[in-house]
Write a protein that binds this ligand. Structure first.
Ligand SMILES: Nc1ncnc2c1ncn2[C@@H]1O[C@H](COP(=O)(O)OP(=O)(O)OP(=O)(O)O)[C@@H](O)[C@H]1O
Length: 409
């Protein structure tokens, strides 16, 4: 009988919490060049000059937020010892805030006392801006950090804030805007006037390479794990996987955390390479489950159709072949099928998500091209994530046979 008693186990982790998202390390490693540029863009603040507007961009997990927290912390420490400098920073994550109006309300509420908050609707935009200028003008220097700035659909605020002083909306406040985005094409989509003011100084954060990820992981390991808790191959493996996937430090740290958890659950004396492999499979499985759960019904049936070929060992297959199976599945379950073009769009979506592969094949001289589709993940994993769809539509004989063959393992 399994015992579900809890007892403290800390032989692997010294401080597991530092592997979690909300932890910011004391020092950032592997980002010297970017920190140098960012630091010099912030330098006017400490000289009590007008701050530059700064635009930080780079893919997810490359240290933009960590660098901002780190440098702002230092800047605020330095500012405290300078009497004439009244520095304040306000950070707003624009995820879920789609308009300038909503972002302006969020900034105002961040700066106001809890009992003086304003509701998210009900005022004309001009009134909201008036409140905003009043709040900002209470400070000597104020930095407004807009994380995920690309989520804001209009650029009114990005246009107005840099001009607030020139236009006389604020009298004394020196305002600096820091925009952060992981959408690499966002900058190009901005109007020329907004681009030139928001992107006065730009800092690009490239993906981490394996060497840099090793530095990040080694630094974190010293605080997170007991000495000798990791076998030698663990950090290089996590770094190599991280660099190959996307150069995302968050992913690499997550992989290390998951490997540590697996080793601890097994009561293993050390985290080993095998734990990293298992952790990778587990994270992939979580990722695909989340991805598939967000798909529409037809995208799932399209994936199910392709899965039936994979179960018969017949992949890769072309879209017309998948189409026939898709139509049969729809018809068997009384669902109105989509057009071939719409089904094709779902194949492209699945490919973009990385759930399936689509390789172009040249058909020889004058023959054009065709795309051959296959699954990008373990078949068993896909069948598991499609469980609900299979229940709803009925199991196909190929999948049935596959499940029966694998039910004991
Ligand atoms: N150079 C580094 N040294 C130590 N830890 C780092 C470094 N870069 C990133 N990290 C860690 O990786 C995780 C992700 O970093 P961060 O949130 O800064 O990425 P980001 O570029 O802002 O990503 P996103 O655009 O998704 O918000 C955080 O836990 C952070 O502490």
């Amino acid at each position: 009988m399994v015992s579900f008693e809890f007892s403290q186990s800390n032989d692997i982790f010294k401080n597991r919490d530092v592997l979690r998202e909300d932890y910011t390390p004391e020092e950032l490693v592997g980002r010297d060049e970017e920190l140098g540029e960012y630091h010099s863009a912030l330098q006017p603040v400490i000289n009590n000059e007008l701050p530059s507007n700064i635009f930080l961009y780079g893919k997810s997990g490359v240290g933009k937020t960590a660098a901002t927290r780190f440098l702002l912390g230092r800047l605020q420490d330095a500012a405290r010892s300078i009497t004439e400098l009244d520095l304040h920073a306000v950070r707003v994550n624009c995820d879920g805030l789609n308009t300038s109006y909503q972002v302006a309300v969020a900034i105002i509420n961040r700066l106001r006392d809890p009992e003086n908050q304003i509701p998210v609707t009900g005022y004309p935009q001009s009134k909201i801006y008036q409140y905003l200028w009043e709040e900002l003008d209470r400070f000597g220097t104020i930095l407004i950090i807009l994380d995920e700035v690309d989520h804001v659909n209009d650029d009114s605020l990005l246009y107005q804030i840099p001009r607030a002083r020139d236009n006389g909306y604020v009298e004394s406040a020196k305002i600096g805007l820091v925009g952060i985005s992981n959408d690499l094409s966002y900058r190009e989509g901005l109007s020329a006037k907004v681009q030139s003011s928001l992107c006065e100084k730009e800092v690009y954060f490239p993906p981490y390479d394996a060497g840099e990820l090793r530095e990040v992981l080694e630094q974190r390991t010293q605080v997170a794990f007991h000495e000798d808790a990791l076998s030698d191959e663990v950090i290089p493996m996590c770094a190599a996987y991280g660099a190959k996937d996307s150069g995302d430090a968050r992913q690499a740290i997550n992989l290390l955390l998951e490997a540590g958890d697996i080793a601890r659950n097994e009561n293993a004396p050390q985290v080993a390479g095998e734990h990293v492999e298992q952790a990778k499979r587990k994270l992939e499985s979580d990722q695909i489950t989340t991805g598939v759960s967000k798909l529409t019904e037809h995208a799932r049936i399209t994936l199910y159709a392709l899965t039936t070929f994979a179960a018969d060992g017949e992949t890769p297959v072309t879209s017309p072949v998948i189409r026939e199976r898709y139509l049969a599945l729809c018809s068997a379950s009384g669902i109105e099928p989509l057009s071939h073009r719409q089904m094709q769009a779902h194949l492209s979506e699945l490919k973009m998500m990385g759930v399936i592969t689509g390789r172009e094949k040249n058909l020889g001289r004058g023959g054009g091209k065709k795309v051959l589709y296959g699954l990008n993940y373990d078949l068993r994993l896909i069948v598991e994530t499609l469980e609900q769809t299979i229940d709803d539509i009925g199991v196909h004989r190929s999948v049935q046979a596959f499940v029966e063959n694998h039910s004991e393992t």
